[in-house]
Design a protein around this ligand. Sequence first.
Ligand SMILES: [Fe+2]
Length: 170
Amino acid sequence: MNVALLRQTTENEPKPGLMLDDQQRQNLAGMTLRALAGSYTLMVKTQAAHWNVSGPLFKSIHDLTEDQYKDLFEAIDDLAERIRALGIKAPMNFATLAEATNIQPFDDNPVSTECMIETLAGDHESLADELAAGAKAASEVGDPATEDIFVERLRIHQKQAWMLRALLVK
Ligand SMILES: [Fe+2]
């Protein structure tokens, strides 16, 4: 990943008290950044769905997406602080976030409610897949704190995907 922030462990900052070498910290911070960037993009998309949903399921979707974007907002903070605990700078701008995720924002073309929900569910599933790989990598280098946050987020993304897909059952 070509993200400059992963090189920004400054000499003035305390080294974290972790049994990890610099390469391991940077790798884990890179995966945490991907989770953060994906969560940020998905939060914006979830708010867009919250605002633009219409149809007979309006209330259910409007309320569910509010719960989901609030959860993502809290997760973003936890993930950024984990990057800092790994001794790496947290992202400073949207460009860094956009570069660090494959989750694509909605464009401004009208999209059906069903399509929005399907897209959000798929995004939760792809984030869950990334987090599963991240949890495995964190476990392999002996970083249970990063593994723990990845596993927690993985569980929540799978639950959110299930709840969104349950809305689509005819
Ligand atoms: Fe609202």
